[in-house]
Design a protein around this ligand. Structure first.
Ligand code: F6P
Length: 365
């Protein structure tokens, strides 16, 4: 291996820059590889749009959120929108152009930082014979093959700060404040932030809720002399009676349903059953994804990045870097993608230790 290329695809996630930095530094200083980065994800690969990455250029991005390589959300080169030559657009498999570009640029290994969608294409490039290494990216922490993904701790910490701040204002006004947190179909961010921030109620996708139970928990707190409650609401939490709340719909997104708006709906419903309280809702949305990353995520990003370069050195292509217990390891891209497709993401165990601990200290679900 002489030259490697990086790209980041899908939504950004805290820690991407730290991983880019680690891979670049390790690849250059330990193995003497040349490193380039395609910009705007797969789109950059298609247009052969890249930047040289040097140890100096990545030195300061160890704690910066986002990705210096930018990202594109929906670009799939196996089904890519191109001009049809008659003023219109047509979807086409343009992956051969990408493979040609890699050859032209002398790239021996493509390192892909991404979630489900991005890694599906990574697997498809691997099937086409490209040497690929995946570094899994999700702040939702719902990847089954690895204990913890970079970005989760940072996002959850910002979520915690939101809840902390809401506590003092909720207390001052004896209010109930519902705070919506991202996390897609998994409750990790909300459960952790809810626990850390002492939310009175946590609503997570894994434990469907009723408004009656939430109201009961609020009343119980009232009776204890705590006439205020912060309710942490995961964007993917579910009403037990099947009531659906669909927020913004992004038509051409690979994942068209957004849950944003759930906390507002919960607040509206609560107001009807606890008339003695003013109820408010907030939705920090993408804020929890931005800003500097936590110390723990910096370390995790270093571990993921170094492990990725070691996989390159060992020639173990077609794999995704994982961490289990104290050990860095890897799982085949085929397996990781398969798990996501059949809904085998990692979820909070409703009967697990963490939920039991939350209940033990009085948090309701
Ligand atoms: O998967 C990461 C995530 O931030 C989810 O928590 C959230 O549902 C989604 O991405 C938001 O996507 P977008 O940035 O496309 O609005």
């Amino acid at each position: 291996v002489k030259k490697i290329a990086l790209l980041s695809g899908g939504g950004d996630c805290p820690g991407l820059n730290a991983v880019i930095r680690t891979i670049t530094k390790t690849a250059i200083s330990k193995y003497g590889y040349e490193v380039i980065g395609f910009v705007y994800g797969y789109r950059g690969l298609y247009h052969n749009n890249y930047v040289e990455l040097t140890e100096e250029s990545v030195e300061d991005i160890y704690k910066e959120g986002g990705t210096i390589l930018y990202s594109s959300n929906k670009d799939n080169l196996f089904d890519y929108l191109v001009d049809d030559g008659h003023g219109g657009k047509v979807k086409k498999d343009v992956s051969d152009v990408a493979v040609e570009n890699l050859k032209k640029d002398g790239v021996d290994v493509l390192v892909i930082l991404g979630g489900d969608g991005t890694l599906t294409s990574a697997r498809d490039f691997s099937r086409k014979g490209v040497n690929v290494i995946g570094v899994p990216k999700t702040m939702d922490n719902d990847l089954a093959s690895t204990d913890v993904t970079y970005g989760f701790i940072s996002a959850m910490s910002v979520g915690t700060e939101f809840i902390d701040r809401l506590q003092t204002t909720a207390k001052s006004h004896h209010r109930v404040i519902c705070c919506e947190l991202m996390g897609r179909d998994a409750g990790w961010i909300t459960l952790y932030a809810g626990l850390a921030g002492n939310a009175g109620v946590c609503l997570i996708p894994e434990i469907p809720f009723t408004i009656e139970n939430v109201a009961k928990a609020i009343k119980k707190r009232d009776e204890m002399g705590l006439p205020y409650t912060v309710v942490a609401v995961a964007e993917g939490a579910k009403y037990a009676d099947g009531t659906k709340v669909i927020g913004k719909i992004v038509e051409d997104s690979p994942d068209p349903v957004r849950y944003s708006g759930l906390a507002a709906k919960v607040a509206d419903d609560l107001e009807k059953v606890i008339p003695n309280h003013e109820v408010r809702s907030v939705n920090p949305g993408h804020i929890i994804r931005g800003g500097d990353i936590t110390a723990y995520d910096r370390i995790l990003s270093i571990r993921y990045g170094v492990a990725a370069v070691e996989l390159i050195n060992e020639g173990k292509f077609g794999n995704v870097v994982t961490i289990n217990g104290d050990k860095m390891g890897y799982t085949s891209l085929e397996e990781v993608i398969g798990a996501a497709k059949i809904g085998q993401q990692k979820h909070v165990d409703p009967n697990g230790e963490l939920v039991k601990a939350a209940k033990a200290i009085g948090i309701s679900f």
